[in-house]
Ligand binder design. Structure first.
Ligand SMILES: *Cc1c(COP(=O)(O)O)cnc(C)c1O
Length: 394
């Protein structure tokens, strides 16, 4: 066990051994036939995970933020109106990105732990002509889950593009891009997609591609411009060699491996596993007197949990104890609440056994810090919940 740590933060996550082995294969040329096949296949598999048979996938070296930037750079022109629906830190980031491209942005915000009211969104869309809206599926700073479907439907009703920041949700939460009519669904590789950091991934709808095609002005970012990347995606999908910028060969080999693992489990089963584990985990935490940032279960993410430190418990001492025990959790991210809460990622390969380790370590650390809980209280609640499901969650 020496040196073995359990990485339970909201990305990077614990990766499947096969994915890590795939990363370590000898790097081939980006135009080697095997790699062309792998890239082409990855594009096809993304459509299945996103549930977007009509969409145009993009696989580009960069982080989740580049995927956000790419959607903004290609779809928004100076003075376009953009509505940012924010449930935390990453909502605000989207406003900064849109502002950078000269958009006229309006941000709808709510107190921490709440979601923006649908009526407030409809009001804005009705009274102003927006080119696009952005929403964060799971805001990793608050653990708040937003239901994208009704918002995407409103966007369609008012002829506005919808851009979903799915960095902390794609391949963990339910997404049906085409059925729900979302124009861009984007993510980064290191979260529920389960590949080490370094890939910006997004799928754009046919409508988004048309809007991009009809731009009046050139895209303001050379690297992010779809004019450079679309022919590359097309070539790989048609199994032809091509070049714009050298793709991160090893990461894409790992991506194909991970997408195959995801689809072998099946999206429905995978989403259900995330849901049931998240629910049971929070029942376990609640038994240890933790309270959560999202104001209800219905709007709590299934990919991570954001919880307040119990009163009287020194947060940094708690995280340090867990780290010594080999369990790595994340601190707070919202500047105004940074020291009062922490976050546990439970996405991708996460199993009930991982969460048992987290709960038992938390119990011991709390007891050592003098917090009045009994060893086993959180575990018992977690176990009971899993047993009522009568499910073998591995
Ligand atoms: C992590 C995250 C991002 C940023 O992704 P990077 O890969 O760190 O650039 C954006 N949005 C959400 C919701 C995230 O969770």
């Amino acid at each position: 066990m020496k040196g073995r740590k359990l990485l339970m933060i909201p990305g990077p996550i614990e990766f499947e051994p096969e994915v890590l082995h795939a990363m370590g294969r000898a790097t081939t040329s980006h135009v080697a036939p095997d790699f062309i096949e792998c890239f082409g296949k990855s594009i096809e598999l993304m459509r299945e995970v996103w549930r977007s048979p009509q969409g145009q996938p993009f696989i580009v070296a960069g982080t989740g933020t580049l995927a956000m930037d790419m959607a903004a750079a290609n779809l928004v022109e100076k003075d376009d109106r953009v509505l940012v629906i924010s449930t935390g830190y990453f909502g605000k980031r989207y406003k900064d990105i849109m502002d950078r491209y000269g958009a006229k942005t309006t941000i709808l915000e709510v107190p921490v732990g709440e979601v923006v009211d649908l009526d407030a969104i409809e009001n804005e869309l009705k009274n102003n002509s927006y080119k696009a809206l952005t929403l964060t599926h799971v805001d990793t700073s608050t653990g708040v889950l937003v239901d994208p479907e009704p918002i995407a439907k409103l966007a369609q009703k008012y002829n506005c593009l919808s851009i979903l920041d799915g960095v902390c949700s794609v391949a963990g939460e339910e997404i049906n891009q085409d059925d729900w009519g979302i124009d861009v669904v984007l993510t980064g590789s290191q979260k529920a997609i389960g590949v080490p950091p370094g890939l910006a991934l997004l799928v754009a709808s046919e409508k988004a591609m048309q809007v991009w095609n009809n731009r009046k002005t050139p895209v303001g970012s050379y690297y992010a411009d779809w004019s450079n990347w679309r022919p590359i995606m097309k070539a790989y999908e048609e199994r032809r060699p091509s070049y714009f910028g050298t793709p991160p060969v090893n990461l894409i080999v790992a991506l194909e491996t991970s997408l195959k693992i995801i689809l072998k489990e099946g999206m429905e089963v995978r989403v259900k596993r995330h849901h049931e584990l998240a629910k049971a985990f929070r029942i376990g935490l609640a038994a240890l007197q933790f309270e959560f940032l999202p104001e209800s279960n219905e709007i709590s993410a299934n990919t991570l949990t954001a919880a307040y430190y119990p009163k009287g418990v020194d947060g940094s001492a708690l995280l340090a104890k867990l780290s010594k025990d080999g369990v790595i959790l994340a601190g707070g991210l919202l500047p105004e609440l940074k020291t009062s809460y922490f976050r546990i990622g439970h996405m991708g390969s996460v199993s009930s056994n991982d969460l048992i380790v987290v709960l038992s370590s938390l119990e011991r650390a709390l007891i050592e810090l003098g917090h009045p809980v009994k060893a086993g209280e959180g575990l018992q609640a977690f176990q009971s919940e899993l047993l009522t499901k009568n499910l073998a969650i591995v």
